[in-house]
Ligand binder design. Structure first.
Ligand code: C2O
Length: 354
């Protein structure tokens, strides 16, 4: 049977995946409950499709708008369902044992984990979908789209400038980052905790291109290699088979941004704290874009998992109208229905077959 996630009233404080004695973010990650019934997803009838721009290409005006949306979110009281903290907690609850049980799936003793297997792409797609719509609502802009960090393109391989401190209390800044990886440092898509100083920037770019080709083509020829292994109700999260992108550039960028001197690699280096860094959502927009690009390569085998346990797996989120909504993997496959898409930029790694 598919994962039916979760019954939020069963949520407990998070306890796994970090040192509980040494946290800088809260472990109490459960979302506020609601007495209203869970709604079914209604697809948006927005007139315009939101086009997520590549972060290194955005205009000054766009940056002002993006920052004002993040600022508005930070200004909400923490217990508001749309607050910056509530949005960050979603990740912590789903990924650090907040749902210690798969109660809703009929397995009351098994922890739910949406990483390390085939729920990774669809869960994060839905997470960003609501996050983006909430930000748009906060600034009254129904066309608002998140930027994506285009780290697979040489022009986008540094942390986007608008995340930097700018002397004016930038709402997109986060104190828990690796200060050695600020611009103009080139991101390392194979990063595993060590800076390889022999690399010139040019070498780093070609190593990154090769990593992308490997994760998008060579090692991603069928649904389970790309999405991750099967994960159904009753399966133990301790037995993972991670998809090529999740294990590769996705994890590398998380680590590369995070502060290695923090006890749990806060913020980006741990599931429980990652959502507190605005970079998280901009990083994940590009991860989500990889799903779209992989599909569009037109290679046989580049399809979503056909198994009903993938198609019918579900999650719940608070939408932009503060209604709790249940959403299914099968409903996030077509971006047209979700009314967002990605700005088209060159994809140089397509030609980086090693
Ligand atoms: Cu839910 Cu990038 O992790």
């Amino acid at each position: 049977a598919p994962i039916t996630a979760p019954d939020i009233s069963t949520c407990v404080p998070s306890s796994s995946g970090f040192d509980p004695e040494n946290t800088v973010r809260t472990k109490a990650c459960c979302p506020p409950a609601t007495s209203k019934p869970i709604k079914k997803i209604e697809f948006p009838n927005d007139r315009a499709t939101r086009i997520r721009p590549a972060a290194h290409t955005v205009s000054k005006e766009y940056i002002v708008k993006y920052k004002s949306a993040i600022e508005a979110m930070r200004c909400l009281p923490d217990d508001h369902r749309h607050s910056f903290v509530s949005q960050a907690k979603i990740h912590c609850a789903y990924c650090n044992g907040g749902y210690v049980t798969q109660v809703a799936s009929g397995f009351p003793k098994i922890e739910l984990q949406i990483h390390n297997a085939w729920l990774f792409f669809p869960f994060h797609r839905w997470y960003l979908y609501f996050y983006e719509r909430i930000l748009g609502k906060l600034i009254n802009d129904p066309t608002f789209a998140l930027p994506y960090w285009n780290w697979d393109n040489p022009a986008g391989m540094t942390l986007p400038e608008f995340f930097e401190e700018d002397g004016k209390a930038n709402p997109a800044f986060d104190a828990y980052r690796d200060c050695n990886h600020r611009p103009p440092a080139t991101v390392d898509l194979n990063y595993a905790g060590n800076d390889i100083s022999v690399h010139s920037c040019g070498q780093q770019i070609s190593t990154n291109m090769i990593a992308m080709y490997r994760q998008m083509v060579t090692n991603a020829g069928d649904p389970l290699s790309f999405f991750g292994g099967k994960y159904s109700a009753g399966d133990d999260a301790g037995d993972p088979s991670v998809g090529s992108i999740e294990a590769g550039c996705h994890a590398a960028v998380h680590r590369w941004v995070s502060n290695p001197r923090m006890p749990n690699n806060e913020d980006m280096g741990n599931f429980y704290s990652a959502g507190y860094d605005p970079v998280f959502y901009v990083h994940h927009a590009n991860v989500d874009r990889m799903w779209k690009l992989w599909k569009e390569m037109g290679i046989k085998g580049h399809i979503e998992p056909p198994e009903p346990d993938w198609l019918n797996a579900s999650y719940v989120f608070y939408n932009e109208n503060i209604e709790l909504v249940r959403v299914y993997n099968k409903d996030c496959v077509q971006l047209e229905k979700l009314k967002y898409n990605y700005q088209v930029v060159p994809i140089p790694w397509k030609y980086s077959r090693p």
